[in-house]
Design a protein around this ligand. Structure first.
Ligand SMILES: Nc1ncnc2c1ncn2[C@@H]1O[C@H](COP(=O)(O)OP(=O)(O)O)[C@@H](O)[C@H]1O
Ligand SMILES: [Mg+2]
Length: 286
C-alpha cells in the first residue's frame, strides 16, 4: 500500500516535459540562453511569456523537433530527447500549432483536418483508392463538436473561416490525433476578445483531458486565467519559472513590462517636458 503510494508520488513527480539550462544560437545570434522550466504531468498549462524576439518560438521549436539545442537538455517523461525531425516529436504525441497554423485556405475543413493522416479514410472502389469525404467529414464534424465548435459544412474551404475558428480547428485536430503535449504559439495574437476567449476555453479543455499545454503569448491577461505555471523570457534569458501560487498577476505584468525600462522611459519623458519648459521660459525672456 505504502509502496504503491510512494510509486504514485514518484510518477507524479516526474514532469511530462522538462527543459534544463537550454540554449540555442543561430550562428553568432544567441536566441535563448540557460532556460529551464517544467510541465507537470496529468494536465497542466505552462505559459511562456515574453516580448517579440524574446526567444519563445525558438524554445518550442526545440521541443517540436525543428531545431536542436546548442546546449542543455530536454526531457520527455524523464527521458532525454534528441529529435532529428518534427515527425519524431509528433510520434511521441508532441503536437505544435504554429503561428501561421499550417492550414491550406483553399482546401476544405475536412481535408485540412486529416492532412497527412488520410489513410484512415482511404477506401477502394474497383481497385482504385479514394478519400471517403463523407465519412471523414462526419468524423471531423463530431470531433469539432466535442470541443464545442459547430461547423455548418465540413466541405467549406478553410479560407472562409474566421481566424479564431481556424485556430480552434488546428487545436481540435491535435486533440483528435491524441496529442499528449500541445504547443500553441501565440494563438490569440491576431484575435478579438470573444475569439480569444474561445481559444482559451479550448486550452482549458485540453488541460482537463490530461494534456500538457505550452501556451505562448505576450498577453498576461490571456495567460494568467488558464496558466498553472509561468516562464518569462526577456531577450533570450529566463526571468524565472513560477507556479501560479508563487506569483500574482500584477507581478507577472511587472516582470513583463520590465520595471526598470518603464522607469527609464518615465525619466526620459520628464526630461523632454523639462526641456520644453526651459524652451518656453527662454522664449518668453527674449
Ligand atoms: N532561423 C533563424 N535564424 C536566425 N535568427 C533567428 C532565427 N529564428 C529566430 N531568430 C532570432 O532569434 C531571436 C528569437 O526569435 P524568436 O524565437 O522567433 O522570438 P519570439 O518568438 O519570442 O518572438 C530573434 O532575435 C530572432 O531574430
Ligand atoms: Mg514567435
Amino acid at each position: 500500500m505504502n509502496a504503491d503510494a510512494g510509486q504514485e508520488a514518484g510518477a507524479a513527480a516526474t514532469p511530462l516535459i522538462e527543459f534544463r539550462d537550454v540554449g540555442k544560437n543561430y550562428g553568432n545570434i544567441i536566441a535563448i540562453e540557460g532556460v529551464s522550466f517544467k510541465l507537470r504531468a496529468g494536465g497542466c498549462t505552462c505559459c511562456l511569456l515574453g516580448d517579440n524576439g524574446a526567444g519563445k518560438s525558438t524554445l518550442i521549436k526545440i521541443l517540436a523537433g525543428v531545431h536542436k539545442p546548442t546546449h542543455g537538455e530536454v526531457f520527455f517523461e524523464g527521458r532525454p530527447i534528441d529529435f532529428d525531425s518534427p515527425r519524431e516529436a509528433l510520434d511521441l504525441g508532441i503536437a505544435t500549432v504554429y503561428q501561421d497554423l499550417a492550414l491550406v485556405p483553399l482546401m476544405s475543413i475536412t481535408r485540412n483536418f486529416f492532412m497527412g493522416r488520410e489513410t484512415e479514410f482511404v477506401r477502394r472502389r474497383w481497385g482504385l483508392p479514394y478519400f471517403d469525404t463523407k465519412a471523414a467529414g462526419e468524423m471531423c464534424r463530431t470531433s469539432m463538436a466535442e470541443v464545442g465548435i459547430d461547423i455548418r459544412d465540413p466541405n467549406q474551404a478553410v479560407g472562409t473561416m474566421s481566424g479564431g475558428e481556424r485556430q480552434c480547428l488546428a487545436i481540435a485536430r491535435a486533440i483528435h490525433f491524441g496529442a499528449r503535449v500541445l504547443i500553441l504559439d501565440e494563438p490569440t495574437a491576431a484575435l478579438g476578445v470573444k475569439q480569444s476567449a474561445n481559444v482559451l476555453r479550448l486550452v482549458a479543455q485540453a488541460r482537463a483531458r490530461g494534456i500538457g499545454v505550452i501556451l505562448i503569448t505576450h498577453n498576461v491577461h490571456h495567460a494568467y486565467p488558464v496558466g498553472d505555471a509561468f516562464t518569462l523570457l526577456n531577450r533570450g534569458h529566463s526571468l524565472g519559472y513560477f507556479e501560479k501560487a508563487e506569483i500574482s498577476r500584477e507581478k507577472v505584468l511587472e516582470l513583463m513590462a520590465g520595471g526598470s525600462e518603464i522607469a527609464d522611459l518615465d525619466h526620459e519623458i520628464s526630461e523632454f517636458s523639462r526641456r520644453d519648459d526651459l524652451g518656453g521660459t527662454a522664449a518668453a525672456a527674449t
